[in-house]
Design a protein around this ligand. Structure first.
Ligand SMILES: O=C(O)CCC(=O)C(=O)O
Length: 272
C-alpha cells in the first residue's frame, strides 16, 4: 500500500555532518512529501483512537489521574508495530540512512519510534532536558529524528536547542512536571553563558536530528491547532547496554543484551 512512499534518498552534505557534530542538532527541510505526511497523520489519528501499546501523558501529575483527563503531551510508543504507514516509514530506513551518515556508523538499529502530540487546550511545555539519561545506553551517540507532521512555530511547540550542549556531559533526567528550566540550575557558570536557545520552526515534512546529550525544549502549544511530531530514535555502532545503572524505561523488558554488550532488543530492528 505504501510501496511508492518512504523510499526517497536524501543527500547529506559534509556541511550538514559538520554542523551536527559542532552543534548537536541539524535540520533537513522538505524531507517528506505531502502524501507521506498525510499517510503518517492518518496513522496517528487511528492510534489516538485505538490507544494500543504504550500510551501515556508525559506531563501528567498525580492530580491528573482522573477519568476524562486530557493529555498535555501525548506519547505513543512503537507505532510501527500496529500502523502500516509508520511501519513503512521506520523500516524504509530513509531517516536511518541520515543517522548513519551523521554518526559515521556502519549499522543503525531502531531503539523506538514515538508520536508526541500537543493538542490545543491543556498542553504543557517539554522542559529543557537531554534524552540520554532516559536511555539504557552507557555511551553517548544515540540520536533522534524529530519529524514535524504540522507546520511548527515557537507557539505551536517547535524544537529549541542549545547549540554545543552535547559536549557538556550527561546530567540527571529532568521531571516533565517540574520547573521547565531546572537543567539550568545544574550547569556551570561558563555553560550558563552559552545558554542561547535556538528555536527551529519547521514546515510539515521537515525534521531535525539531535544527539542524545543535546539540551532541548518545546513550548506548550498555545495555538488552536494540533501539534504532531513523529520521532525515531536510533542506536548507531559503539553503544552498549548500561544494565541497571540507568533508569528503567518502557522497553527495558525487551532488551536482550547483558551489561557491556552492544545494546540490542527484540524490538530493536536493524534499519541499516
Ligand atoms: O516534542 C516535544 O515536545 C519534545 C521532543 C523531545 O524531547 C524529543 O524528541 O527528544
Amino acid at each position: 500500500m505504501y510501496e511508492n512512499l518512504f523510499n526517497s534518498e536524501h543527500p547529506v552534505t559534509r556541511e550538514k555532518i559538520d554542523f551536527y557534530k559542532a552543534n548537536g542538532y541539524v535540520r533537513f527541510d522538505d524531507f517528506l512529501n505531502s502524501d507521506e505526511v498525510e499517510a503518517l497523520r492518518g496513522d496517528l489519528a487511528e492510534a489516538m483512537e485505538a490507544k494500543k501499546g504504550f500510551v501515556r501523558d508525559l506531563a501528567a501529575s498525580e492530580n491528573d489521574a482522573k477519568p476524562g483527563h486530557k493529555n498535555k503531551i501525548l506519547q505513543m510508543l512503537n507505532l510501527w508495530e500496529n500502523f502500516p504507514a509508520v511501519e513503512s516509514y521506520v523500516k524504509g530506513g530513509i531517516t536511518a540512512k541520515i543517522a548513519q551518515k551523521l554518526t559515521e556508523s556502519q549499522n543503525v538499529y531502531l531503539f523506538h519510534d514515538q508520536a508526541l502530540i500537543k493538542e490545543p487546550g491543556p498542553s504543557a511545555p517539554s522542559p529543557w532536558h537531554q534524552d540520554q539519561p532516559y536511555w539504557p545506553s552507557k555511551e553517548s551517540g544515540m540520536l533522534s529524528c524529530w519529524m514535524a507532521l504540522d507546520d511548527v512555530t515557537i507557539e505551536r511547540g517547535c524544537m529549541q536547542f542549545i547549540p554545543g550542549s552535547h559536549k557538556w556531559g550527561e546530567f540527571e533526567p529532568m521531571s516533565f512536571t517540574g520547573k521547565t528550566d531546572a537543567l539550568r540550575d545544574v550547569i556551570s557558570e561558563d555553560q550558563k553563558k552559552q545558554w542561547k536557545p535556538v528555536p527551529v520552526e519547521l514546515k510539515a515534512g521537515s525534521c531535525t536530528f539531535h544527539h542524545g546529550l543535546t539540551f532541548h525544549y518545546t513550548n506548550a502549544n498555545t495555538t488552536n491547532q494540533i501539534r504532531r511530531a513523529l520521532v525515531i530514535i536510533f542506536i548507531p555502532d559503539g553503544i552498549t547496554y548500561a544494565g541497571d545503572e540507568k533508569m528503567e524505561g518502557p522497553l527495558t523488558s525487551t532488551i536482550t543484551s547483558k551489561k557491556g554488550e552492544p545494546l540490542r532488543g527484540t524490538k530493536f530492528l536493524k534499519l541499516v
